[in-house]
Each structure stands twice: as C-alpha cells, then as structure tokens.
Design a protein around this ligand. Structure first.
Ligand code: PLP
Length: 371
C-alpha cells in the first residue's frame, strides 16, 4: 500500500507558522507514550507549567497548555470569562483581532470593536477615549498580529485597562518565545499562545495563563462555562493538586514535544533567543531592501518574527510562493483579507531564525524574481 509519509519534502518553513522543528523536539514526539494519569507523566506536566510561567513572566497558578491549537486558547480565554450580555471591547488591526470579536460574539457578549488600519498598530489614544466613555468587563488585543507583522503596544494598553477596572486579554500566539512577553508586568488577566510559532514545536497545544483576578471571575460565574472541553474549573483539577482528576486524555506526546521545545529555548537562553530573532530579522530586511523590495510595516512597530514584504506591481505573488516551494523547498506565506495578493509574509520564528535560512531564502527569491 502506498504510504504518503515516505515522500514528504523537507521544507524550510519560513511562513507565518508552523516553523522549523529542531531534531530534539521530533525525537521527543516519538518517546514511549505513558498513561495520562501516570506519575512520571504528571512530573512532565508540572515541569511544563513551571517553564511556561517563566516564559510568560508570571506567577499565575493557573498556567497550562490547553489541548488544541492557538484558536483553542482563544476560545478558552473567552469562554471561561464571558457570560451572556457582558460588554467586551476588541482592538482590531488584522485577522486575529477579527477572530476574537467573532468568538466573543458567539458567546453572547455585547462586542464593541475599535478598528485600525492593517499594517498600523492599535492607537492607545483611541483606546483611552473609548474607555473614558464606556465600561467593559474585558478588553482584548493581539500582541503580535501575524496577518500584518505589527507589534501592538500591549503594555500601554494594559495600564489603561487596569485603571478602567476591566480584565485584560492578550493573544501572544506569534510573540511568545520570539520577543518578551511579560504577563504580570503588563497587568494581563488572560493570555494564550500556540506551539507552532516561536516555540518551534508542531501545532497542537495552546499555552494559557489566567491571573488570580480572572480565576475569581471564573469561579464566581453565574452559570456554568458553556463549553465542557475548555472549562478551566474542571481542567485545573487534572493539572493541579496531589490527587489528579481525569478530565480528557491529554495529548501525551505533544506535551513531551512542548516540554522539550521549552528546554531547548531555555538552554539557549531566553535573551539570546530574542537577540537571534532581531539579528536575523535585520539581516533579512537588509537583504530584501538591497533587492529593491519594500517592507509593509514601519520599523518602529515591526515584528522580528513576521516580516511583511510588499509584492512589486509587475510580480505574480502566488507564482513566486509556488516556485519557492516547488523549486527551492521553502515555504513563505501570502497576505490575508485586504492584503491578499499584496504582500508576502516571511516568518523568522524560533528555530527558523538562523543565518543560513535567511541567506537561502534571499538567494532563492533573487533567482525567481530575476526570472
Ligand atoms: C496571532 C494569532 N492568533 C491566533 C492564531 C490561531 O492559532 P491556530 O491557527 O494555531 O489555531 C494565530 C495563527 O496563526 C495567530 O497568528
């Protein structure tokens, strides 16, 4: 019988995620599976929690990886905190802010949005103005907007949200492990991420953390969390305490992979990892600009791990991506929504952010564009 797994190309993943996975992490995936209540596996779960607390810069007790990709983390944060009729403000400057508004709306929240131009950051002044006139239970924003490559001013917004008295919900799917995430210092109450970006682990888990204030809100809800699988009140009983209570079968080998990915990151040193992202981002931008290409986002709020490049007017955007994939075994991303066909998105996430990868992509792009 034909086995498609025998013919998978070794593609250099330089798109908006997933990113390249180091050998140690692939090896971790193939370790012997243990039972989800096994005492040794529980030690691995506990270590994952500790490493995530360190990476999030938080003392939050309720810190763990949710079973599911980044969107499951998004759902987890909203579904646990929102009750029907709650007022929620979402700050939108790309696809993932829009997704948040959709998720909150489906839960019966009364959602207000502030929208900003794609490619530009959320403006703190407009947020301040909105908070001066309206009262919200939750304010939510994306730290690193993957659809554009913009870094939003999460710290400044956090201060306003705290003064306003609302809960602060932040998406760090693309930022975590590539630029600093400081949940406690920013006053974040609920935060989620994903494994397949700067953590350089395959997709499948979503690390989340909730502040004590958020935990109080969750435990004092007037009704049950309207989603059994993502109910933190139940999940915590599996992830905490001397005697663990089965909730759902944990994705054992994915948790091995996350654990190993976090070890790889801390062994290199978190500051060194951040510096490597910036260094390779600068190398990439210099190379692209020397080819006459232009970046979408202004340098003050550009993300190092997600680089949006304007497609020149005489170039077929999709044809270039296809040639990169087929002739050079390199994946990059295209634009989404209003930016579809107008930009390429080049990821320098985690393990991908290395000199040899940047040089290989620049050379391949040069060859294709010459043609
Ligand atoms: C900023 C951001 N939030 C949320 C998500 C959703 O994550 P997933 O696709 O892993 O469900 C993504 C995925 O690219 C993202 O970039």
């Amino acid at each position: 019988m034909k086995n498609l797994l025998h013919n998978i190309d070794k593609v250099l993943l330089m798109g908006p995620g997933p990113s390249c996975v180091p050998g140690e992490v692939y090896k971790a995936l193939s370790c012997n599976s243990l039972g989800h209540m096994d005492y040794y596996f529980i030690q691995i779960m506990d270590e994952c929690k500790k490493l995530l607390q360190e990476l999030f810069n938080t003392n939050n007790r309720l810190t763990l990886p949710v079973s599911g990709t980044g969107s499951a983390g998004m759902e987890t944060c909203f579904v646990n905190l929102v009750e029907r009729g709650d007022r929620v403000l979402i700050l939108i400057n790309g696809v993932f802010g829009k997704r948040m508004a959709d998720v909150a709306g489906r839960l019966g929240a009364r959602v207000d949005t502030l929208e900003f131009e794609w490619g530009m950051p959320v403006e703190s002044d407009r947020v301040a103005e909105q908070l001066a006139h309206e009262t919200y239970k939750i304010v939510a924003v994306v730290h690193a907007e993957t659809s554009t490559g913009v870094r939003n001013p999460v710290e400044a917004i956090g201060q306003m949200v705290r003064e306003h008295g609302a809960l602060y919900l932040v998406d760090t799917v693309t930022s975590l492990g590539g630029i600093p995430v400081e949940a406690d210092r920013w006053g974040v109450d609920a935060l989620y991420s994903g494994t397949q970006k700067c953590l350089s682990c395959p997709p499948g888990l979503s690390p989340v953390t909730f502040s004590e204030r958020a935990v109080q809100v969750i435990s004092n809800r007037s009704g049950k969390v309207p989603n059994w699988y993502l109910d933190m009140n139940m999940i915590i009983q599996y992830w905490e305490g001397k005697k663990r209570v089965y909730h759902h079968t944990a994705p054992i080998n994915m948790l091995y992979a996350l654990y190993q990915a976090l070890l790889v990151l801390f062994e290199e040193g978190i500051e060194q990892v951040f510096e490597r992202h910036i260094k390779e981002h600068r190398r990439l931008v210099a190379g692209l600009e020397s080819m006459g290409l232009e970046m979408l986002v202004s340098s003050e709020y550009r993300l190092p791990m997600l680089n949006s490049v304007k497609v020149p007017t005489n170039v077929d955007e999709a044809a270039v991506r296809s040639a990169l994939r087929k002739d050079h075994l390199i994946e990059i991303g295209g634009g989404l929504g209003p930016l579809a066909g107008q930009i390429w998105r080049i990821g320098l996430m985690g393990h991908t952010a290395r000199e040899e990868n940047v040089e290989r992509l620049l050379l391949a792009l040069k060859t294709i564009l010459k043609r």
